[in-house]
Ligand binder design. Structure first.
Ligand code: APR
Length: 229
């Protein structure tokens, strides 16, 4: 069965009402990313960081998957599908996708601040200061911050190298190592980018650029893929 590999960024959740990172003059919900999404920020002001992610989690829980998320879930009726997402929301899963790799973690889980591999589900929107892991350390959001390891990147690169088709949706490709994944995709397979502002990609062959929003561009592409194979 053909294996379609999809890399998504914040743009696919934009039409669900979740802000992107670099669309609104570089601020994320009014904050410099560096002030809330780095280990230093957590060390200096854990309450600010915890509250910031609690607000983000509340928005994620209130958001609904959009037509683009559902179109990707539909691909599973006919293809082996792997979604590699940079997003920390769970909208792919809630739309029905069953094989999602969260490169940058997922906001609905917490992690030990002593051992990153210890993670726990978060009930509701709020993770409180004082909630501790089994080792006794404060729980933090299970999110990869700037400067931290991206544990799944090797797995993701391996998966990209085995794709029969590749779709990039809603990412500015501004953040490495996720932005380097497109270079692992075989030259000779069909690749698609869906974004109202196509990011700069160089030396990528067999590339179709669909300069549209995700909910406009993706259902058409999915219908074409469902008919063509
Ligand atoms: N449909 C499709 N794409 C869209 C839409 C939409 N409706 N609206 C915006 N976009 C595109 C923008 O044109 C841009 O290319 O989504 C992209 C958003 O880019 P970023 O805000 O940089 O988000 P992303 O690429 O996911 O950021 C990567 O950076 O801050 C870190 O860890 C964070 O995972 C994030 C990473």
């Amino acid at each position: 069965m053909e294996h379609i590999v999809i890399l998504t960024g914040a743009g696919i959740s934009a039409e669900s009402g979740l802000k992107t990172f670099r669309d609104s003059d570089g601020l994320w919900e009014g904050y410099n990313i560096e002030d809330v999404a780095t280990p230093d920020a957590w060390y200096i002001n854990p309450v600010l960081v915890q509250d910031f992610y609690n607000q983000r989690r509340k928005s994620v829980l209130e958001a609904q998957p959009n037509a683009a998320h559902y179109a990707l879930a539909k691909l599973e009726e006919k293809f082996k599908v792997t979604i590699i997402t940079q997003n920390i929301d769970d909208l792919h899963e809630r739309a029905g996708s069953t094989n999602v790799i969260h490169l940058h973690g997922i906001i609905t889980r917490s992690q030990s601040s002593k051992r990153a591999t210890l993670t726990y589900p978060i009930e509701g929107w709020e993770l409180k200061m004082g909630e501790k892991c089994e080792l006794g350390s404060q729980l933090r959001p299970h999110v990869v911050w700037f400067g931290e390891q991206v544990p799944m990147i090797e797995t993701a690169a391996e998966i990209c190298s085995m794709a029969d088709a590749f779709i990039l949706i809603g990412s500015s490709l501004a953040v490495y190592p996720a932005s380097g994944l497109i270079n692992y995709v075989p030259n000779d397979i069909p690749k698609y980018i869906i974004d109202p502002k196509i990011p700069p990609v160089h030396g990528v062959s067999n590339l179709v650029k669909i300069e549209k929003k995700a909910t406009a561009g993706l259902p058409i592409l999915v219908a074409r893929l469902m008919d063509s194979f």
